[in-house]
Design a protein around this ligand. Structure first.
Ligand SMILES: [Mg+2]
Length: 421
């Protein structure tokens, strides 16, 4: 029961009032008769709609509820675009697209990242740059400056490490962490706010943070209110938080799986959680069991293996190629660059994945795994050629990509920025 006099079930309060709640409740003076304050999902609304951040307090779970570690997921908001805007303050508030050169609508690459203003035109990451150009020709189009983003990312990850007992970087702009000095969900609030403040102060860009009892809940929470969002989901509120969200919010459930689930009448995470595991297993095999676990807010792997560990690059050709040798050369060049990156870090790999997009946009991927770890550049080139031979059967090629994965790295090694170049 949330029955402190004068505070209704749902109340919009300011951060300072919330801090007072927490301070006073943890000091056991806030609630008379030893009663505790019940706080469930804390939502910081987008700074855009409400310049004063506000929180909604819902009846539900004890703020000091604690069972197991508390995870943060920190995700930079439109990272590349934010860094570019920081470098060119006049672009603030304008549609900014980072990616390939649109060449007046004839460009052939894709959008890498875009600002929220550009998103309101329907532009999104991965979209062909020519389509983005049609949607918003007046946006500012900027090339990708990876060395700059790498540097900013490195600074931010170092900052996050200082706030953490453990920290796992999972991409150039995302990390999970177990914050230090956070014993309960009330204490998570000031720490998350401090991180957001410090990132802005140090690097001039914003991030969104999700807090939860598992990495999957923290990740879904960080995406709940972007940009500059802060969403705290306590264990007792997890099911209620997840239930209404579409299944596609679960990491790993893409459009294809979502469409298959929809056929079975499963559209929300709540419906997935209620689904019979046996049934899911029949439909999806082991992935069915995994997605059911995730729908319950439980991680499917221990945190140390949570990070994606692969290294990939791709190139979109200026013109569609029908010359096999040219495609082969491009692919083996990419493989050579990736191999250098790995060799510089003394890493061996087992799996090579080839991606080919044909002129008609049909895209295929083919993978080959060596029986054991290797760092032999000759073997890599051979594998790439073998994979190419199997797929280059005639149509012109628009894009080719190579990805190396299954590294023999020490599990405790932090995934670094280079993994995502
Ligand atoms: Mg991000």
């Amino acid at each position: 029961m949330f029955d402190y006099p004068g505070i209704p079930d749902h109340q919009i309060i300011t951060p300072s009032l919330l801090r007072a709640y927490h301070h006073r409740s943890t000091n056991n003076t806030f609630i008379p008769n030893g009663k505790t304050i019940y706080v469930a999902v804390l939502l910081r609304y987008s700074t855009r709609e409400s310049p004063e951040p506000t929180f909604t307090i819902r009846k539900g779970t004890h703020m000091t509820e604690q069972s197991g570690p508390i995870f943060f997921h920190v995700d930079m908001d439109s990272f590349y675009a934010s860094v570019e805007i920081r470098e060119r303050p006049l672009l603030a508030g304008k549609p900014v697209v980072v990616g390939a050169d649109p060449e007046g609508g004839q460009g052939r690459g894709v959008v890498s990242t875009c600002s929220y203003e550009a998103r309101s035109f329907g532009i999104h990451s991965g979209m062909p740059i020519s389509q983005a150009y049609r949607l918003c020709p007046y946006a500012t189009y900027l090339p990708v400056r990876m060395p700059l983003y790498s540097q900013v990312s490195g600074n931010i990850m170092a900052l996050l490490n200082r706030h953490s007992t453990e920290c796992w970087q999972v991409s150039i702009d995302e990390a999970y962490l177990v914050p230090s000095g956070v014993d309960d969900y009330g204490a998570a609030l000031p720490v998350a706010e401090k991180i957001q403040h410090d990132v802005v102060a140090a690097e001039g860009i914003t991030c969104s943070i999700g807090v939860g009892p598992s990495r999957v809940v923290a990740k879904i929470a960080s995406g709940y209110q972007k940009p500059a969002g802060l969403t705290i989901v306590t264990p007792g509120e997890t099911a209620r938080f997840l239930a209404p969200l579409p299944v596609g919010k679960i990491p790993g459930i893409g459009g294809k799986t979502a469409a298959e689930l929809q056929i079975a009448g499963i559209e929300t995470i709540g419906q997935l959680a209620e689904c019979d595991v046996q049934q899911l297993m029949e439909w999806f095999g082991r992935w069915g069991i995994a997605m059911h676990e995730l729908s319950l807010g439980r991680d499917i792997r221990p945190p140390r293996q949570g990070g994606q560990k692969s290294l990939g690059r791709e190139v979109t050709f200026a013109e569609d190629l029908d010359d096999r040798e040219q495609v082969c050369t491009a692919a083996t060049d990419l493989a050579g660059i990736l191999h250098e990156h790995l060799a510089a870090r003394s890493l061996r790999f087992r799996t090579v994945t080839l991606k080919v997009r044909f002129a008609n946009f049909r895209t295929i991927t083919r993978a080959f795994s060596f029986p054991r770890f290797t760092d032999d550049p000759g073997a890599l080139q051979q594998a790439v050629r073998m994979l190419l031979d199997a797929v280059l059967t005639g149509p012109k090629v628009r894009l080719v990509g190579i990805r190396l994965s299954a590294f023999d790295c020490d599990e405790s090694r932090q995934t670094t920025i280079g993994d995502y170049l």
